[in-house]
Design a protein around this ligand. Structure first.
Ligand SMILES: Cc1ncc(COP(=O)(O)O)c(C=O)c1O
Length: 390
């Protein structure tokens, strides 16, 4: 066992059972401490949208760190408002942003916005979905479906209910007069890479309008270009009242945001919500660069094209007899459901040089950088083929 692994075992809390010790990365490749290189289709769990060590990100990080790293929200910095304006444009909601440091915090902000808006109207319940995942803080856990994540941390925060995903009648049944908002992932990531149908998302928008409820989209995993559009709800041509974003926004530098349309833009007044680190100039400068590079390098189109190749490749493997039950996803957010447990296949892929994520019992999740090339897709498919053959 390596010294680093021993130190991990001794000094870090064992909240994960991690793979190899990684020491460096470039583009879609990472290297472990033994010098072994892997094709990284985990991208830090859908985070490194531009891959590792992208020159534009390095340049921004070093220039801004040398200029002003942090000044708190007691002052205005040059990058946060400009990032907010960019998010208002690419999200299509206009409105305003609140900056946080993670996906869970961005969702906490959505939940607080919904409660503040709802309490003024005599309602504060939030309807989330079966198989949802919204984070590990107590409020976002209460909105997360799997009881396993909440076990031992009770009592659960009250005010949440669950409806069946892709079942509008069930949402209509679960939502009552006391419901302030519906919180949905346009593609459930941790829940097994399950896309909502466009019709379901449009139906949710309609239902929320009819019943005066807010529609909130959690775009933490499926946002920032991952599905081939800036945000996954945009495929259904709908506008939520607010959405959260994190993961890909900083390409690995921790940053998240709650982006609210006009209806919720002025719900918070000074003192209503806050954060020390959120919106710091370094994080916001990096996020601005990430958005610029996604645009400049046409990465939404690349995500679509490479995603189609991956879907077709895995479907071909299935036709050829690989133990695959289903292949699904959009853009570069892909789930390969295996016929039995997926863990041995994820391990075999790692041995074949491809890093992928185990999701639930039987789904292999692939969320590579948005700038991978066709050659890397072919290489990943070849590694997967080798792994399935084992
Ligand atoms: C859809 C979704 N929401 C929220 C989160 C929580 O984000 P974070 O781990 O940055 O708090 C995740 C993390 O996987 C996620 O996939």
């Amino acid at each position: 066992m390596s010294e680093t692994r021993e130190l991990f075992d001794r000094w870090q809390m064992h909240t994960y059972a991690p793979g190899p010790v990684l020491v460096s990365g470039r583009g879609a490749r990472v290297t472990d401490e033994t010098g072994r290189e892997y094709l990284d289709f985990t991208a830090g769990i859908a985070v490194c949208v531009l891959g590792h060590a992208h020159p534009a990100v390095l340049e921004t990080l070093s220039a801004q760190a040398a200029k002003l790293t942090h000044c708190s929200n007691l002052f205005v910095n040059e990058h946060a408002p400009r990032l907010a304006a960019r998010l208002a444009a690419v999200g299509g909601l206009g409105g305003r942003s609140f900056f946080a440091n993670s996906g869970a915090e961005a969702n906490e902000c959505l939940i607080k916005l919904a409660r503040k808006w709802g309490n003024a109207r005599g309602k504060n319940r939030i309807v989330a979905f079966e198989h949802s995942f919204h984070g590990r803080t107590l409020a976002t856990l209460a909105a997360t479906w799997k009881a396993k994540y909440r076990d031992g941390f009770g009592p659960d925060m009250p005010g949440f209910a669950f409806a069946k995903y892709n079942d509008l009648d069930d949402v209509a049944r679960v939502a009552g007069n006391d419901t302030a908002a519906v919180l949905v992932e346009a593609i459930q990531g941790e829940g097994g890479v399950t896309p909502a149908t466009d019709g379901f998302l449009r139906g949710l928008r309609r239902l929320c309008d009819e019943r005066n409820m807010l529609l909130l989209c959690d775009e933490v995993q499926c946002g920032m270009g991952r599905t081939g559009d800036w945000f996954a709800f945009r495929h259904a041509d709908i506008a939520p009242d607010a959405f959260s974003v994190a993961k890909g926004l900083g390409n690995g530098f921790p940053v998240g945001a709650a982006v609210a349309g006009e209806k919720l833009s002025d719900i918070f007044t000074p003192g209503a919500h806050g954060t020390t680190f959120g919106g710091n100039p370094l994080a916001c400068a990096v996020a601005r660069t990430v958005i610029d590079v996604i645009e400049r390098e046409n990465l939404l189109d690349n995500a679509k094209a490479r995603g189609e190749e991956l879907l077709a490749g895995f479907r071909a493997l299935r036709e050829a007899g690989a133990p695959i039950a289903d292949v699904r996803g959009r853009g570069l957010m892909i789930g390969v459901e295996t016929a039995g447990p997926a863990a041995p296949h994820v391990e075999a892929m790692r041995k074949a040089g491809l890093l992928a994520i185990l999701t639930g019992e039987n789904v292999i999740r692939l969320v590579p950088p948005l700038n991978i090339g066709a050659g890397e897709v072919a290489e990943a498919l070849a590694a997967a083929k080798t792994a399935f053959a084992r």
